[in-house]
Design a protein around this ligand. Structure first.
Ligand code: BG6
Ligand code: MG
Length: 220
């Protein structure tokens, strides 16, 4: 049976994916190249340092470790600037109602994000107390698609991976869930999140009944 729900943050709970993209784009532009929204898909769910490596390779740049650190720090400053005005209004459609239903169903909840800004964001949007466990970028050594972030969440909640459903907007995040032996609900497009067990445009389009039906579905 399903006992716990594990949520990604950026792009699932809150609309911050766009700000990560804008901050990285600004950085790329200062280095003399551009990144597109399509390119940005592969950065979703990927840690800050790994994202930087992917962007530098895309721009054909080789730079020193010191320079990389400076760029990652600068990107984060721009990102923090972009989210500084954030309020509960940034919570994505359907999230608040979905959490009411989750609590009513007595399911446990965990956050599974590789972001080091996760707690700050949850405070800003007033959702820090909505999770029984918070696993973020400060608690893990391997980013998605490694399942570490979700396996740690399951362990803290004292549930088995096959009792968990993960909610993810990133290709790397869905892969992490599947590699961890969990069910995965994709938030976005079925054509992008091909590994997910179910894909919905947002949590506003999902009921708890549909979530429970997932565990009854035959899986390979
Ligand atoms: C993920 C985002 O949630 O967090 C990525 O999808 C981001 O785009 C990653 O790079 C790391 O975030 P931060 O806040 O630690 O730079
Ligand atoms: Mg995400």
């Amino acid at each position: 049976p399903i006992k716990a729900l594990l949520f990604d943050l950026d792009g699932v709970i809150v609309d911050t994916a766009i700000y990560h993209y804008q901050a990285w784009r600004r950085m790329a532009n200062t280095l003399g190249f551009d990144i597109t929204e399509e390119f940005n898909e592969q950065l979703k769910g990927i840690s800050r340092t790994e994202s930087l490596e992917i962007i530098l390779a895309h721009g054909g740049l080789t730079i020193s470790e010191d320079h990389k650190l400076a760029l990652a720090t600068q990107k984060n400053e721009w990102y923090l600037e972009l989210i500084s005005q954030m309020t509960p209004a940034a919570i994505l459609p359907g999230v608040t109602d979905f959490f009411v239903a989750v609590k009513a169903a007595h399911l446990k909840t965990a956050l599974g994000s590789v972001s080091k800004n996760a707690r700050l964001i949850l405070e800003r949007i007033g959702m820090i107390d909505d999770f029984d466990s918070i696993i973020d970028g400060t608690k893990i050594s391997r980013g998605k698609p490694d399942p570490e972030v979700f396996l740690k969440g399951a362990a803290e909640l004292h549930v088995r991976p096959d009792e968990c459903v993960v909610f993810e907007d990133a290709v790397a995040g869905v892969e992490a869930a599947k590699r961890g032996g969990m069910l995965a609900v994709g938030i976005g497009l079925p054509s992008v999140l091909t590994q997910a067990d179910l894909v919905v445009p947002s949590l506003a389009q999902l009921t708890m009944e549909e979530v429970f039906t997932l565990s009854a579905v035959d899986r390979p």
